[in-house]
Design a protein around this ligand. Sequence first.
Ligand code: G16
Length: 558
Amino acid sequence: MDDQQSSLLLESAACFPPPKGVKLSYGTSGFRADSSVLESMVFRVGVLAALRSLKTGSVIGLMITASHNKVSDNGVKVADPSGGMLTQEWEPFANQLANAPNPSSLLEFIVDFVKKENITLNGKQEAVVLLGRDTRPSGERLLEAAKKGVASIVGAIAKDVGVVTTPQLHWMVRAKNKGMEASECSYFEQLASSFRCLMDLTPQRDQSNFGNDKVIVDGADGVGGEKLEELKKLLSDICIEVRNHGDGVLNDGVGADFVQKDKIVPRGFDHEDVGLRCASLDGDADRLVYFSVKSNDSKTIDLVDGDKILSLFALFIKEQLSILNKSIDGVGNESYQPRLGVVQTAYANGASTDYLKLMGLDVVLTPTGVKYLHEKAEEFDIGIYFEANGHGTILFSEAFLHWLESRSSSYLSTSEGSEEQRAALRLLAVSKLINQAVGDALSGLLLVEAILHHMGWSIYKWNELYNDLPSRQLKVKVVDRTAITTSNAETVVVTPTGIQEAINIETEKYPRGRCFVRPSGTEDVVRVYAEATTQEGADALANSVARLVEHHLGFGNS
Ligand code: G16
């Protein structure tokens, strides 16, 4: 590293001193904490993103958001060239940078790292970082810190794409690196045109079960509602009503996380919505859940969570593949059999996993965090991953898309308008509609809507795919959540010793009981998940295990 580069880094880092006594760690989805302590970290992640761009020779994304967390928090997610999350190999470096006590130790870490990674810092190679932020009030200030971080690497350029959803930023990074147009306009246009295409391919079915044609969307008072209002203008085949698009407090009694965990109606929804199809986005619109307001109690809901979205997508894709397979069998000489697989976490409702297995699907479990699920899903030709909290997407391998395109063009000459051709076209449209960079509530919403139309299903019919086992999730404040370590996709506590045995004893008391605990990677809490055949059982199991956790780890400050 030359002198010009070193002094630039030292000078700019001096403007962003780290807060005293704060240790940040790269969690489930980047760094998150109270926004007042984040300026120095965001500056440093700006440096990291510029280095990542130099290393990969590609555009990198940096998103300022704390997603489902409360409005006073903020954070950073980094998008790699594929549009996916930052490679896990760089996470230790991110931790080092974020916690370097002063500019000179920061410089030392960078010098060592660029040497190890073979990154040349001579200002000759271009580095580009796309910067986005959600609607949090602290976002603007943190964005300036990110810009300074990028600019402290000679030759690196920060491009501010403004207020966007997290998935929009990831989509733009992926598009840019594929040489496509990467604007918000092109994002909306791609979603709208592939949605139209899917709707045009809807079979002539009896739609009397479909129910109300309108979907009402809770925008979590975040960026998603406002973007959905814009996207809506390009859609004529669907009626979307957006509520909570920014006039209330972000994620406060609204949003996918609240709806999924508390299972009660978000602000702005009431008995007048009984019978309607409702959906909820989270603060940065990378999660989606559906719900219907219960007719006997307008405060509670029937939740249609990420597991049911996954099941709906899997069912639809399986149906299209079997139509294609029929024609393959007819021809008799097709050897290519695409592998369809689904990926879940331990939070997946046991009934959903049973259902997916009954469908004959490969089901794989990973730890929480889309970075793990995404990686696993990439191993299939079509990999569908979803967390119960509504975060997920579908990945299509290049080989499969290539095969599909050639089949679709061969049908043009042999069987135009056939069901086989329509199945191929549907799958191609799904691959364009769904955001393959990362889970995206807006594209997920359009895909759910298109599939419900295709099936002629109401939200109630969809919800009847299987009956969820009653479950309960709790958060426990402890002195140090990192004292808990787990194995087996987070289903077994390794340390502190003794907790797992105690959890087992509690769990055995309940028919079909299942329970696990893990430290959250986005909030300062331990999460407890319990499942049983009755709601009372799930609640009692969760409560007794929460007390066990407090007993073993000590109460934290709330
Ligand atoms: C992030 C991750 C998700 C994860 C969630 C909760 O979501 O992207 O994969 O499920 O945090 O993680 P934890 O239980 O570790 O707090 P989001 O939507 O908040 O970015």
